[in-house]
Design a binder for this molecule. Structure first.
Ligand code: PAF
Length: 315
């Protein structure tokens, strides 16, 4: 791979974090921001070292920032860290600066946006879908805090033969769709429930939410293990017990955090509801009454109180 700069799109917590990480790995990095410029240097505060031991360290990273309009170079490695509903639009704004043989990676929640992006790429460009469980908080426009060590993986959205390898080889996996559906299943429980009830992730473990969570998990397991589900091959192992372990572990590990959807609803921002619950509702071969209520509880603020009562009365 040529020693050309990486282009990171999106200066939210994950975009800034990856810009710093790529720079740490010895790459030149340019970043495209929309609202607030991160300036020329980004401060990364880490609360754990690479092995997960508690240790505070602060590092500064030199990164050039641009608006989409002011970008002029040609890039062959791009990492898009936007919300799923912004993915295609964010790429369109800088597409003129991307080479025909580029590797284009994206890190966003849910499923659906990747295919939207794929539809506007050239056949010679490679789309890498990614997922991450890193915990990062944005403190200021140029300052982030790495609060929880996580994993990040990328896989070819449309697998090729022979398989390609991601510009950062150690992060390449061949089963990205399986990992994405596993993450989506966890998000389909934690995100809407925390958003609708205005609670932190750890509160999901309280007794009052047990019947709701158990109903959500068994409904999810019925669709994910259904032979006619569009991702059936990748989701057969997601039984109710398997999902319960995943949700409990993540709710426990992120107990003091607000989920991204909770934060979006609280701040009256657009949510990723259509790419999480919406994806399941659109692709399920069976009726999903609980997931539909969760979808509506997030989508329609005026119905939220009524929907909360219905959700809590699920036995
Ligand atoms: O979207 C989120 O907030 C995260 O993916 C998760 C796992 C729910 C933790 O907060």
């Amino acid at each position: 791979m040529k020693n050309t700069p990486w282009l990171v799109i999106g200066a939210g917590a994950i975009g800034l974090f990856w810009a710093c990480k790529l720079e740490k790995l010895g790459n030149k990095v340019h970043i495209v921001y929309r609202s607030e410029s991160p300036g020329k240097k980004i401060t990364l505060e880490s609360l754990t070292d690479e092995e997960g031991h508690q240790q505070v360290s602060v590092s500064k990273h030199k990164i050039k920032s641009f608006t989409a309009e002011s970008l002029t170079g040609q890039y062959d490695k791009v990492l898009i860290c936007t919300k799923s509903f912004d993915l295609k639009n964010a790429f369109t704004q800088i597409a003129r600066c991307i080479t025909p043989d580029a590797h284009i990676a994206c890190l966003c929640n849910g499923i659906g946006a990747q295919e939207e992006l794929q539809s506007i790429l050239l056949d010679t460009q490679t789309l890498w879908a990614g997922i991450t469980s890193e915990g990062v908080l944005k403190i200021e426009a140029d300052h982030i805090k790495h609060t929880g060590l996580g994993d990040t993986y990328f896989g070819e959205w449309r697998p090729s033969d022979p398989a390609k390898s991601f510009p950062i080889e150690s992060l390449t996996v061949t089963n990205i769709r399986q990992r994405m559906i596993e993450k989506l299943a966890v998000n389909a429980v934690i995100n809407p429930i925390t958003a609708i009830f205005n609670i932190h992730n750890g509160d999901l473990l309280n007794d009052e939410y047990k019947p709701l969570i158990s109903a959500t998990l068994s409904e999810l397991a019925s669709v994910l293990t259904h032979p006619q589900f569009s991702y059936a091959q990748e989701s057969q192992h997601l039984t109710s017990d398997n999902l319960k372990n995943r949700v409990n572990t993540i709710a426990q590990l992120t107990r003091l955090n607000r989920s991204s959807m909770h934060e979006d609803v609280r701040l009256q921002r657009q949510t990723e509801n259509s790419f999480i619950s919406g994806f399941l509702l659109d692709n399920s071969p069976i009726d999903l009454p609980v997931q539909r209520l969760l979808y509506e509880g997030v989508a329609f603020a005026e119905q939220r109180e009524e929907i909360k009562k219905k959700l809590l009365s699920i036995a």
